[in-house]
Design a protein around this ligand. Sequence first.
Ligand SMILES: [Zn+2]
Length: 127
Amino acid sequence: MSEMSEMTPQKKEQNRQWLLKERDDVQEKIYNLQHSLTETAENDPDPVDVASKVEGRNNTMAESNRQGNRLKQINSALSLFADDEYGLCITCLTDIPEKRMEFDPATTQCVDCKTLSESRGRQFARG
Ligand SMILES: [Zn+2]
């Protein structure tokens, strides 16, 4: 038994198939969200209706952004297969624990690097 928790080729392939399916799902979600955005963009004479539609539109845009980020993450995870680097952290190149990969097969960073890049992101966001 190996003490390393490296993924087997079978497990990697399973994750790859999962990611391809997940990518289709996310692309469909984005398509539907954008479609509903163009619908709510139409003028409506009822101000109450407009207010609720504006709120709905903001929610839809937030969800659309969220799904867009998810799509980017899935694509970057899929691109790692080409170099056989799937399962490695894109920042420090160490093995990502299998448990973490199972929790989200689109994971491309270890916990440390992820935490670091998120705290950097927050600093930039604050301006
Ligand atoms: Zn790392």
